[in-house]
Design a binder for this molecule. Structure first.
Ligand code: NAD
Length: 296
């Protein structure tokens, strides 16, 4: 019988990816710190492990879907982690949005232990994970990617090998900085058009047929903002993390980006009016409806 694929972190993304893998014929062994998420995993037909070490010891390939770099660090280099428990030649694929310097250090430690680590952050949300249509940005060695490809192709429709270890996480931070900026800019511009008397759906149609369009105007606005659904599965807290990490990366490189700094002020500063558990599209909804995110 084929060996199971490991999945550590059974949240919005991890559980959806695990379900897609199962649908495509893979057995999945999963773990989450939260017992409710472990129960959700068991309900979805996963074999649920007692800890990350059990997953790593029994799965030659394990995906991580964790909230931040510290969680990734703990399951890779902790006492019950990948470095301590995995069989020689095993691969860990970090689909979390994480910090490039942490990723590079963990990948070096993995290589020194005869293991491999790829960074493989994703775009497309829980819906893309459930449909197996994520976009994946890879950092790491080509031979590890070739070995992981059949599994990654089951969850991702587009896979770009961006470069060496950390490059995938850099690309993801660049992507999300753009999304965060576009949400603010598009909402402000849309509010202007509506205040000037134009019907919102017609305005959106005009922009989406012209050069001001973006994924935010083409997907987020109709699907989650103008519709009032706000159920993308990606939270304000996670986007605040990503904007902060992008700005941190810029400053570590000696850059002083003005737009990114303002985007960061607006995302971090809106915390009193838009709690971390809110859908991340709420920031655009607040601008569109009220012209304010509570910072005036
Ligand atoms: P989530 O909070 O729903 O899930 C994270 C899960 O990790 C939680 O269930 C949590 O209990 C678990 N966890 C935390 N620390 C752990 C540990 N040490 N060991 C085991 N489990 C642990 O988050 P999510 O929305 O699924 O996002 C996961 C990652 O994917 C994040 O890095 C996020 O930035 C990224 N991402 C999310 C989306 C999205 O639309 N939700 C899209 C692209 C990328």
């Amino acid at each position: 019988m084929a060996q199971s694929i490991g999945m550590i972190g059974l949240g919005n993304m991890g559980l959806a990816m695990a379900q897609t893998l199962r649908r495509k014929g893979f057995a999945v062994r999963g773990f989450d710190l939260d017992k409710l998420r472990r129960a959700a995993g068991a309900d979805a037909g996963l074999s649920v492990a007692a800890g990350p070490g059990d997953v790593f010891a029994s799965c030659p390939l394990t995906l991580l879907s964790l909230p931040h770099a510290n969680a990734v660090r703990s399951v890779v280099e902790g006492a019950d982690g990948f470095l301590a428990r995995a069989q020689p030649g095993s691969i860990v694929v970090d689909t979390s949005t994480s910090e490039p310097p942490v990723t590079r250090a963990l990948a070096r430690a993995a290589a020194a232990a005869g293991l491999a680590m790829l960074d493989a952050p994703v775009s497309g949300g829980p819906r893309g994970a459930a449909e197996g249509t994520l976009a994946m940005m890879i950092g790491g060695e080509a031979d590890a990617l070739a070995r992981a490809q059949p599994v990654l192709s089951a969850v991702a429709a587009k896979i770009v090998h961006v470069g060496a270890s950390g490059a995938g996480h850099v690309a993801k931070l660049v992507n999300n900085l753009l999304v965060a900026a576009n949400l603010l800019a598009t909402a402000e511009a849309m509010r202007l058009g509506v205040r000037a008397g134009v019907e919102p759906h017609r305005l959106l149609e005009a922009v989406n047929g012209a050069s001001g369009r973006s994924a935010v105007s083409e997907v987020n606005f109709p699907r989650w903002i103008v519709s009032g659904a706000f159920d993308s599965g990606f939270t304000m807290a996670l986007m605040r993390k990503d904007v902060g990490l992008a700005l941190k990366l810029a400053r570590e490189l000696g850059e002083n980006p003005k737009v990114a700094a303002l985007v960061d002020v607006l995302w971090q500063g809106s915390v009193d009016s838009l709690p971390g558990t809110d859908d991340f599209n709420r920031i655009a909804g607040a601008i569109l409806d009220r012209g304010s995110i509570g910072l005036d």
